[in-house]
Design a protein around this ligand. Structure first.
Ligand code: SAH
Length: 567
């Protein structure tokens, strides 16, 4: 079965017929090509997934005319006029084009121009619905939705429908009937069928099985059962086969279970031969059922070829996912590509309202944003987990890194069964601040939160003292707020017992956000009044020094000539 035609296109490019806009390519993480010819432009359109073109639109349209082939494979193309006023989606609107236009507009201070019908009428674009695959949506059906027809869902397999799918349904005349099913034959129950990832394929194989053998057996098994290959959620097997090249070669998400776990599952075709060789009476059936969660049912019993067995189970609830995403300190170009990917694929974005504002330019119309006031961490985590347990993809956003005085820990403590957790790292405030001034965190360093809301002050004080004594560079998070006014002063007085008054101190406020300030001062001269909850304070070690205006802590190498050593 052709699982995925890997695109030969590479990621993004900014191509300009004249001078490219300064810094735009860097902010997008794209390549850049300035003073391009018409031939360069067509080549860029052929070879990239995302193309930002700076040129007069008629030229771009002429280049597109020779390169576009199909809505599914065309790149997302955003054109900007040379006056940098309008970022207009010209192709791939539903494949990242709209988001790219908003991102480019955000970086350039331009206006994003988006003209798809669904954005004008504020209706759902069926082919963009998360969690389901629609295949080809005839233009006439989408037009009916855009012009006010209703939509009802038909659910013949009794799937527990996640919010993202339920949101498709709406009132209106002459409603379109959309069937949610993994069975081909259910097509006839409505106007259009969509597939959700309901099926787990269980696979057992001997050590000399090949990927072609497995692939073919899966394909014919699904075909004979009238099941849609797009409904495959993942492949399940016994853990000792997880690294088998034939299974890895399927390019599917894999999950493995131990022989004991598998043997505890009641199956239709237990086999004592299998038990003798691997310690469980069933691999394919048991693994498919186990991976499909509560309420799973076996829809295809064990089928075998020479060296392979396959069985298929159906989930009752889709497998939700929760990504705890570190946004970095603030600016969108410090968001990692992985974080961006997780934000893009989420149906729900949950988090502190200020952090959600930071990512506003990249939020899609169809995404649901759940902003929270400061605090209420337990409620935020609870809602994120509940939404993911209902089969949605959820992103819980935090600033900086999600584990640094943030929420990843709480999520792990409260995690529910059968959902996929991704913790996605981000650039933490201490590193963002350090790099603005040089490399003050350049040797061993300690991060200490001065908030005594969750940690007793005596413990904080003991850690400050230990870090000071051991000559760590010390980064203070949560240094001072309107209510917590004395803690920083007290911490600094402890440090003063071990370090000279001239020790460099970095005070960085709103790093990578608008209104950022950065001050290099010293233990003696630090001005506490400038420090608030958006400030990070980094105290140098005894070796911290400056060179050519950069603040750094050497790794112990010989200093270069001309270096002004630490006092
Ligand atoms: N998870 C975050 C930290 C949350 S604790 C991270 O990894 O960065 C909140 C504290 O982090 C703030 O009180 C402040 O001390 C620091 N902080 C977070 N973002 C900051 C920024 N952009 N500039 C300066 N300090 C910041």
């Amino acid at each position: 079965m052709a699982i995925m035609a890997l695109s030969r296109r590479t990621e993004g490019i900014v191509v300009a017929l004249g001078l490219p806009p300064t810094g735009l390519a860097d902010k997008l993480g794209f390549r850049q090509h300035g003073f391009a010819s018409f031939a360069d432009l067509t080549e860029a359109l052929r070879d990239h997934n995302q193309v930002v073109v700076v040129a007069a639109y008629p030229i771009v349209v002429r280049a597109l005319a020779t390169t576009l082939s199909s809505k599914d494979t065309d790149p997302a193309v955003v054109a900007i006029d040379e006056g940098m006023r309008f970022a207009t989606v010209l192709a791939g609107a539903h494949h990242g084009g709209e988001q790219l236009a908003r991102l480019v507009a955000h970086h350039l201070g331009a206006t994003a121009v988006i003209t798809t019908a669904s954005s004008i009428y504020d209706t759902v674009a069926l082919d963009q619905t998360p969690r389901v695959h629609f295949g080809h949506v005839p233009a006439g059906l989408q037009a009916r939705i855009n012009h006010g027809d209703g939509l009802v869902l038909v659910n013949p397999t009794d799937l527990f429908l996640p919010d993202a799918i339920l949101a498709l349904a709406h009132e209106g005349n002459n409603p379109l009937k959309v069937v949610i099913s993994d069975r081909m034959r259910d097509e006839s129950l409505g106007d259009l069928r969509a597939t959700a990832p309901t099926l787990t394929v269980g696979v057992g194989c001997s050590s000399d099985a090949t990927v072609t053998e497995i692939d073919e057996l899966i394909e014919t098994t699904l075909q004979n059962a009238g099941l849609d290959p797009y409904a495959i959620d993942r492949v399940a097997t016994i853990d000792r086969r997880l690294n088998h090249p034939a299974l890895l070669g399927l390019h599917r998400e894999l999950i493995g279970f131990s022989a004991d776990q598998l043997d505890a599952v009641e199956t239709v075709h237990p086999s004592s031969v299998v038990y003798k060789s691997v310690g469980t009476h069933s691999v394919a059936e048991a693994a498919a059922l186990l991976a499909s969660g509560d309420g799973a049912s076996l829809v295809v019993e064990k089928v075998r070829a020479d060296r392979v067995t396959v069985a298929v189970a159906r989930r009752q609830r889709l497998r939700g996912s929760l990504s705890v995403v570190g946004l970095g300190p603030g600016s969108l170009d410090l968001l990692t590509p992985r974080a961006l990917g997780a934000l893009r694929s989420a149906q729900f974005l949950v988090g502190f309202s200020r952090y959600l504002e930071l990512i506003e330019p990249i939020v899609e119309r169809a995404q649901v944003v759940r902003p929270y006031p400061i605090g209420q961490e337990i409620e935020r985590v609870g809602e994120a987990i509940a939404l993911a347990s209902r089969g949605n993809h959820v992103a819980l956003v935090t600033s900086g890194d999600p584990a640094v005085y943030a929420m990843a820990q709480l999520v792990i403590e409260r995690l529910a069964e059968d959902l996929t957790l991704h913790i996605i790292p981000g650039v933490t405030a201490a590193y963002a601040a350090s790099s603005k001034a040089g490399a003050i965190v350049g040797h061993d360093h300690a991060m200490i939160s001065l908030s005594d809301l969750l940690t007793p002050w005596s413990a904080i004080e003991a850690r400050v003292e230990a870090a000071a004594k051991a000559d760590f560079v010390i980064a203070f998070y949560n240094p001072r707020s309107k209510q917590r006014t004395w803690q920083l002063e007290k911490a600094l007085s402890i440090i003063a017992q071990y370090r000279q008054q001239s020790t460099p101190v970095l005070v960085a406020t709103r790093v990578e956000r608008s209104g950022a300030t950065l001050t290099v001062t010293s233990l003696a001269e630090i001005d506490l009044e400038t420090i608030d909850m958006e400030t990070i304070v980094i105290i140098g070690a005894t070796t911290t020094a400056t060179n050519h205006g950069y603040l750094y802590t050497p790794r112990g190498y010989q200093p270069t000539p001309g270096h002004q050593g630490a006092p």
